[in-house]
Design a protein around this ligand. Sequence first.
Ligand code: NAD
Length: 437
Amino acid sequence: MKQITVIGVGYVGLVTAACFSDLGNKVTALDIDSSKIEKLKNGEIPIYEPGLKELVARNIDANRISFTVSMEDALKDAEFVFICVGTPSGVDGDADMKYVAAAAKSIAVNMHSPLIVINKSTVPVGTGDWVAEKIIEAQTKTIEFSVVSCPEFLREGTAINDFMNPYRIVCGSTDKNAAEMVADLHKPLNAPALITNLRTAEMIKYASNAFLSTKISFINEIADICEKLGADVTEVAEGMGLDERIGPLFLGAGLGYGGSCFPKDIKALSFMADEMGVEPKIMKAVMSTNEERRTKIVERLVEIVGSLEGRTIGVFGLSFKPNTDDMRDAPSIDIINNLLSQGAKVKAYDPVAMEEAAKHLPEIQLVSDPYEAAKNVDALMVLTEWNEFINIDLERIKKLMNSPIVIDGRNIYEPEKMRRLGFTYRGVGRGYTKNDN
Ligand code: NAD
């Protein structure tokens, strides 16, 4: 059993804290947001993540996890301190490091015994050295510490499983012994551990996210070509993905990537490259292809419906992907704002993200079930591929709509079936002809 402190109880921090406590460690989780800490103390979970509520409850009962806003308390017996605070995009696309800086300073002034400080936040290459400098600057007396970069690769929606069954653990440090101790903490996960230097570990995270974003933009470009040539991108992706060298994941054509990681991480890596005088040509193309997805889908709607002025558009799904309530950089935000700017009214439903969505899209009508979102609308757009929409009663949906037009930004329906049911249906990258309805 190790004494672990986790700073930040967002999607990464809370999952990290809950999973390490479930592995038998004693964990104290801290956040500057006292409302989140209060909720956690009362057994409530401030975010939506499947299985997290039960996991936290089990470990509170076992007395292995506790929550605080006091760094002094949080560091009392700590051996390992994980920094899991946000690193959002700054104005120029660089990562905004103010939360990491504040966390480092707070560690420095409250630590009273040697520590291993671990960065789990996604941070620009060089941050580990910078964090070490910040701690030394702010320390009132010299206490030994090491900084390790241990980037997190979990995905929202499957975060617990991803944390517990990672493809790899990456630990980078100038102190090899500290990196190995952090790798040891992860031993129960039975994943390959890679010990590197600090900067390499930081780069592995950015390069991984940039590569996955590239796969998504690549398949979207292929989708556009498929559409013109009468091929079906979903089958093309399946055929490509069966090749082990390519793999089936991140080959879903549609609205492009969104969320709190890919957009900001590829921007930050591209910024770093520019700063270093290396032109990030591929990454710039990936980003511009991704941005276009959000406008192209609205153009597709207008091609069929005509002017959107005074039309009502139904929307299935708002979160940036299924199984999360995260609305950060969700494609739905840009797409719906575009619809509104063209004079449309929007009625939308999402299984879990409506509370979050209301903050980003105050002008739309949020309804309590998908059939309500389809009722009396002039067209329906699928923006997130929740299972609830895949298994919906499509005949009932058709009867409810003013006109049976479906623009499926996530390719969740079969074009043949939709046309048989009498819908005017458009997916993404699934070649159709003028004879298709
Ligand atoms: P988040 O915004 O959900 O959570 C960050 C938390 O840190 C918030 O609760 C905030 O109040 C808290 N915080 C900020 N400053 C603090 C401070 N000084 N002291 C204590 N708490 C503080 O962010 P997230 O999605 O969990 O992401 C955290 C980091 O992990 C980011 O760098 C992100 O890029 C990276 N990451 C995220 C994911 C993901 O899927 N969300 C996956 C891998 C890596």
